[in-house]
Design a binder for this molecule. Structure first.
Ligand SMILES: Cc1cc2nc3c(=O)[nH]c(=O)nc-3n(C[C@H](O)[C@H](O)[C@H](O)COP(=O)(O)O)c2cc1C
Length: 188
């Protein structure tokens, strides 16, 4: 069981600060198995994974460059270069795809929340095995052309790109919300 200390110690490392080594194939299986161990109303498993690693990362970068040129013909060289390298740093990126079952009695939002839990569990699983990680989306997650190139169907959602690797430098902590601001007592 993760301890409270483990939960409190999780912190994102910006993807530009991630590098090899990433998880071995066996470690990745362990992480993904753990990530699937989430609450799932109706046992629908309304999510799946698409791994992006090796040369596929740069190939995806070229797709993003071409797509940004279409979306923004005046995009700057720096903006295009950012897209080229968006997936280039972390050695392993896991796309968590939500595939809600339409018309099911379990509301779609609950199915997507289960997928969000998968993303969060995957972050913790990566940390548990000594890796650094970050959950990212950006325009890439919502662009229909990019989604199609990633193999997603029309009814599927990118819930997150989980970048996993080794940190080039320790991430800095950020202020966390104060519990007093977030907690109230319900009274009838
Ligand atoms: C659904 C989701 C999408 C996110 N997408 C981005 C993103 O595209 N770019 C970004 O800088 N941070 C994004 N974040 C935030 C980072 O994952 C991370 O939470 C943030 O850097 C703060 O670090 P922390 O996880 O240590 O609190 C996203 C978070 C969530 C939950």
């Amino acid at each position: 069981m993760p301890s409270l200390a483990d939960l409190n110690a999780r912190i994102s490392t910006p993807s530009r600060l991630l590098q090899a080594p990433g998880p071995t194939a066996a470690q990745l299986v362990q992480m993904l198995e753990a990530a699937m161990h989430v609450p799932d109303h109706g046992r629908l498993a309304p999510w799946r994974f698409v791994q992006i690693s090796g040369e596929a990362r740069l190939a995806l970068g070229e797709i993003l460059v071409a797509r940004l040129r279409e979306r923004e013909p005046g995009a700057s060289t720096a903006a295009l270069e950012k897209e080229r390298l968006r997936f280039a740093c972390a050695p392993c990126i896991i796309t968590v795809v939500g595939q809600p079952v339409r018309g099911h009695k379990v509301p779609e939002i609950e199915q997507l929340l289960s997928g969000g839990a998968v993303c969060h569990s995957l972050l913790h699983a990566a940390h548990a095995l000594g890796f650094a990680a970050q959950w990212l989306t950006s325009w890439v997650a919502y662009d229909p052309v990019v989604k199609a190139r990633l193999g997603l169907g029309n009814d599927e959602h990118v819930l997150g790109f989980i970048h996993i690797g080794s940190a080039t430098e320790p991430p800095s902590e950020r202020p966390r919300p104060a519990l007093n601001d977030r907690l109230s007592q319900w009274a009838p």
